[in-house]
Design a binder for this molecule. Structure first.
Ligand SMILES: Cc1ncc(COP(=O)(O)O)c(C=O)c1O
Length: 452
């Protein structure tokens, strides 16, 4: 399917119904202007005026195999024709096979899969499992993080989306994780950052009381918060602290999992095995809502003879699971994880570094696979962000201008605060990547106008 000739009237009807009746996430409803989408294929989507955009966001970083992959679409159609839905208490082929394939890919002994409808529910359930497994109340998470929008998940989240729902009563304690570019520890090298971040975490554990802490949850590579690759030794150090104090180590791979970083899971880069791992998004490229928790033998044992007090009507929905089976098989058959690694190493990484060298607004480039962040700054020396933390309205104008310029050049950019993330589908070709990078180059020139 390529872009259809323009159908502005159809687009206007879609938009009108949306504006009249759809209540959108995270938005002041009267201040938004959602684009009406006519279709999508591979790395592109298009509107009803026939304008096509290269998607450097993969939706919300979920379409890892691109849009409308024919094999995944066919698998959903076949499952719909065979057994569209069935209750979670039964053994169903698509669910069994999805769990088997996921367990085969997850590291270590994470061999049991609890299915949810998305990432936040996965985080909620991982937290509940950890609390029941340890009999302890608190969970530690990083300030620079996003873990979802349900009650516990939003409290675990560090970014400002937490604030409106945070009554400081969720049993959550935040700490600083490594971020060398804006080091909370005044570190100048990765080794210093690692050592000081681990000391800070050990101190936090000591002062909170180790016997009160059920879990530490970390995004293996934080996503929305800025794609900060942890320094060598950090995750191993967190694992050791968890082992020392009997704390459950939860890695949140909702965004980083299923190929995005150039490995099946970001944890594979570090050789670290958590006790629980949350996933969603890339597990089936978001074709049907699905998430879950991969559970270690020790945690699973807690619930071997004692009921697990949690469940969802659509846990392991057959359509979602069939999409996961097809996605994982397609990723294997077509070498999509390897493709993500290759495009990151040979195209995106070098080109983004070259853009950083030329544009005064790019303070730092970091990433791996198809998971990259460009930190935009007013000044490379001072590293002052291009817009203040959590800016809105006029204060956010430079980032808004950057975004508008990218879209004008046919690129749909991912923007969070003073950063743009380059997070296209894992299937993006070299030619498509270069097309997007050329548009990014143009948009960065607009950001450059706001540097001092
Ligand atoms: C790391 C991480 N965890 C959890 C979530 C929440 O997932 P969902 O929006 O599917 O509830 C997200 C969503 O972006 C995420 O990036």
């Amino acid at each position: 399917m390529t872009p259809q000739p323009s159908h502005p009237q159809a687009g206007a009807a879609v938009k009108a119904a949306d504006r009249a009746h759809v209540f959108h996430s995270w938005s002041a409803q009267e201040l938004i202007d959602p684009l009406a989408i006519a279709g999508a294929e591979g790395s592109y989507f298009w509107d009803y005026d026939g304008k096509r955009y290269l998607d450097f966001t993969s939706g919300l970083v979920f379409a890892n195999v691109g849009y409308q992959h024919p094999k995944v679409v066919a698998a959903i159609q076949e499952q719909a024709a065979t057994l569209t839905t069935f209750a979670p208490a039964f053994a169903v082929e698509a669910r069994s096979e999805a769990a088997r394939l996921i367990a085969r890919k997850t590291p270590g002994d994470l061999d049991k899969i609890f299915f949810t409808n998305g990432g936040a529910e996965a985080v909620e359930n991982a937290t509940r499992m950890a609390r029941l497994h340890t009999g302890r109340p608190k969970v530690l998470s990083a300030y620079r993080s996003y873990h979802g929008a349900t009650a516990t998940a939003i409290n675990l989240t560090g970014d400002p989306r937490r604030w409106p729902g945070d009554t400081a009563s969720a049993g959550v304690v935040h700490f600083w994780a490594p971020y060398l570019y804006r080091s909370p520890f005044h570190a100048e090298t990765e080794a210093q950052e690692c050592e000081r971040a681990l000391t800070h975490l050990a101190d936090t554990i000591a002062f909170e009381g180790p016997a009160t802490i059920a879990a530490i949850i970390l995004e293996t590579i934080p996503g929305t918060a800025g794609i900060m690759i942890p320094p060598p030794g950090y995750l191993e150090g967190v694992r050791a602290l968890c082992d020392e104090y009997g704390i459950v180590f939860v890695l949140d791979e909702v965004m980083a999992g299923f190929g995005r970083t150039g490995e099946w899971f970001a944890a594979d880069h570090f050789g670290v095995v958590p006790d629980l791992m949350t996933f969603a998004k890339g597990v089936n490229s978001g074709y049907v809502p699905l998430g879950g928790v991969a559970i270690s033998e020790a945690v699973a044992e807690t619930f071997a003879r004692r009921p697990y007090p949690g469940g969802l009507t659509y846990s392991g929905h057959p359509l979602a699971c069939a999409a996961a089976v097809a996605t994982i098989n397609v990723m294997e058959e077509e070498g999509i994880v390897e493709q993500a690694a290759r495009i990151g190493e040979s195209v995106l990484g070098p080109a983004l570094r070259e853009l950083a060298a030329r544009h005064p607004s790019v303070g730092e480039v970091r990433g791996t696979g198809v998971f990259w962040a460009l930190e935009l700054v007013r000044n490379k020396e001072t590293r002052e962000p291009l817009v203040p933390y959590n800016a809105s309205g006029e204060a956010n104008a430079p980032m808004a201008a950057f975004g508008a310029a990218a879209r004008k050049h046919g690129l749909w950019p991912f923007i969070n605060m003073n950063r743009t993330h380059v997070v296209p589908p894992c299937t993006i070709t070299e030619a498509e990547a270069k097309e997007g990078l050329a548009a990014l180059d143009e948009a960065l020139s607009v950001a450059d106008e706001h540097t001092v």
